[in-house]
Write a protein that binds this ligand. Structure first.
Ligand code: IMO
Ligand code: MG
Length: 425
C-alpha cells in the first residue's frame, strides 16, 4: 500500500479508528491532518482499549511515525496528558512529529467558546468545548493566532501573547462582564513548560512528508470527525471548524490529493450525530433508543448520548461525493441484528419534490422528509462472520443496498469491535 486515506462520511463517530488500526501496520507514516482534541477514537490493541483524541492512532505502533500535521489545532496540555495516559496503559509509543504550522489552543479559546455557545441559547452548536472553533477562528482571522513554531521563539511568543491576551480580555469582558480574564505571564510560563517537553517533535512536517513521498514511504491519512461536519460542505453552522471531509487532506497536510492511491470512506450502518443541527433520519422513539444501547452510542469525548437513526444515503452519499471515495467500510452492522425490519433513506421529499441532492440550506434540510426503502432484518448474530458469503442473505442485501445507493464498492464490513471481527473484501 502506498498512500491511503480514511475519512468519515457522516457526522463523525463512524468507527474510523478501527479501520485506521487495521491499516496502520501496512503504513510507515500515519498522518492526522485536522481537528483537535474534539475527536475521540477508540482503538483496541494487544487486548487493551485505548481512547485517543489528538494523537494519530499510529502512535500505538512503535515502528511507525505519527504526524500531527498543520491542519490540526493543538492544545499542548491535552496532548501531553494524552501521551501520559497512553504510556500509563503500558503502550510503547512510536515517533511523534508535530507541524510548526499547526495552530495552538489557549485557555482563552475555551472561555470564549463557552460564552459564545451560551449566547446562542437553544441554537447552541453543541460543541465539545475544547476551544476548537475559537482557535480556527483566530487562525482565519490571523491577528490573534499563535502557531507551534512561534512557541519555539520565546521572545516573539511572549510579545504576541501580551498583545493577544490584552485583546482577548477586552472581548471576553464585553461579551460577559462576569467573565474571567487571563494573564499573559501565567499563560507564557505554563506554555513554556509544555514547549520544553514537545520542542524536539516540532518540525516542518510538510517538507518531511514530501521527502518521504519522494523516497517511496507509505502513508496513511487518518480523518477525524466526518464529512457532514465539514465547515464548507457540511450542515453549516452545525459543523466543526475545519474541512473534515476528504477535502481537508490537501490543505491540512500539504500533500496533494492526487498523491492518494486509495480513499476509504467510513460509514456506520445507521446514523448518529452528537450536538445540534438537523438529522433527517433521526429516530426519537424506541428504535432510536435500541440502536443507541446496542451501539453504545455515547460520546467518547463528552459522554453525551448520541442521536441515532436510520442510514441516510442522501446525506452519506453527499459525504462520499465530496470526499471522493474509492471504496467504503460499513461499520457496526451487528448493531442492527435484533431489528425485524430496517430502513434506508434513499431520497428526500422537500416541498413535494423528490431529491437525492443534499440541501445546502438548513431550512430546506429541516423540511426534508426521508423516503425509505424497507429491508428485512436478519435477526441473527453476525459477529462471528468472517467472509462475505457467510452473511445471512438479508445482511448481504443491506450491504449491497448501501453500496448501490452510495455508488461505491464495499471494502470492509465490521461486525464487532475486535480486529478479527472485520470482513475484508
Ligand atoms: P470523531 O473524530 C462526532 C461535533 C460536536 C459538535 C460539532 C462542533 O470522534 O468522529 P467542535 O467542538 O468540533 O467545535 O464541535 O462537531 N464533533 C463531533 N461529532 N465525532 C467527532 O469526532 C466530533 N468532533 C466534533 O459534537 O456538534
Ligand atoms: Mg468520536
Amino acid at each position: 500500500m502506498a498512500v491511503t486515506a480514511v475519512v468519515g462520511l457522516q457526522w463523525g463517530d463512524e468507527a474510523k479508528g478501527k479501520i485506521v488500526d487495521i491499516l496502520a501496520d501496512q503504513h510507515e507514516i500515519v498522518v492526522r491532518y485536522l481537528g483537535g482534541n474534539n475527536a475521540g477514537h477508540t482503538v483496541m490493541f494487544d487486548g487493551q482499549t485505548y481512547k485517543l483524541s489528538l494523537l494519530p492512532s499510529g502512535i500505538l505502533r512503535p515502528d511507525a511515525t505519527s504526524v500531527i500535521a498543520n491542519g490540526v489545532v493543538i492544545n499542548p496540555k491535552a496532548l501531553l496528558s494524552e501521551i501520559e495516559r497512553i504510556k500509563a496503559q503500558g503502550a510503547k509509543l512510536g515517533k511523534l512529529l508535530i507541524s510548526d504550522k499547526a495552530h495552538v489552543i489557549f485557555p482563552y479559546h475555551m472561555a470564549e467558546e463557552a460564552i459564545l455557545e451560551a449566547r446562542r441559547g437553544d441554537k447552541a452548536i453543541g460543541t465539545t468545548m475544547r476551544g476548537i472553533g475559537t482557535c480556527y477562528r483566530d487562525k482565519a482571522g490571523r491577528n490573534h493566532a499563535i502557531r507551534m513554531g512561534d512557541l519555539l521563539r520565546p521572545e516573539l511568543f511572549r510579545e504576541r501573547l501580551e498583545e493577544i491576551v490584552t485583546d482577548k480580555n477586552i472581548i471576553l469582558k464585553a461579551f460577559d462582564p462576569s467573565s474571567q480574564t487571563f494573564s499573559a505571564q501565567e499563560i507564557y510560563d505554563e506554555y513554556m513548560g509544555y514547549v520544553e517537553q514537545l520542542k524536539d517533535s516540532v518540525i516542518d512536517t510538510t517538507s518531511y512528508l514530501h521527502h518521504e513521498l519522494k523516497g517511496g514511504s507509505s502513508m496513511l491519512f487518518e480523518g477525524a470527525q466526518g464529512s457532514l461536519l465539514d465547515i464548507d460542505h457540511g450542515t453549516f453552522p452545525y459543523v466543526t471548524s475545519s474541512n473534515s471531509s476528504g477535502c481537508g487532506i490537501q490543505a491540512g497536510s500539504g500533500v496533494p490529493s492526487r498523491k492518494i492511491d486509495r480513499m476509504i470512506g467510513i460509514v456506520k450502518a445507521y446514523t448518529s450525530r452528537v450536538g445540534g443541527g438537523p438529522c433527517p433520519t433521526e429516530l426519537e422513539d424506541e428504535t432510536g433508543e435500541h440502536i443507541r444501547q446496542e451501539g453504545h452510542e455515547f460520546g467518547t469525548v463528552t459522554g453525551r448520548p448520541r442521536r441515532c437513526g436510520w442510514f441516510d444515503a442522501v446525506a452519506t452519499g453527499h459525504g462520499a461525493r465530496v470526499s471522493g471515495v474509492d471504496c467504503i467500510a460499513v461499520m457496526l452492522l451487528d448493531v442492527l441484528s435484533k431489528l425485524d425490519e430496517l430502513k434506508i433513506c434513499e431520497a428526500y421529499e422537500i416541498n413535494g419534490e423528490r431529491t437525492t441532492d443534499f440541501p445546502s440550506q438548513l431550512d430546506d434540510l429541516a423540511l426534508a422528509k426521508p423516503i425509505y426503502r424497507t429491508l428485512p432484518g436478519w435477526k441473527t448474530d453476525i459477529t462471528g462472520v468472517r467472509k462475505l458469503e457467510d452473511f445471512p442473505k438479508e445482511a448481504r442485501e443491506y450491504i449491497d443496498t448501501v453500496s448501490e445507493l452510495l455508488e461505491a464498492e464495499v471494502g470492509f464490513v465490521s461486525i464487532g469491535p475486535d480486529r478479527e471481527q472485520t470482513v475484508i473484501l
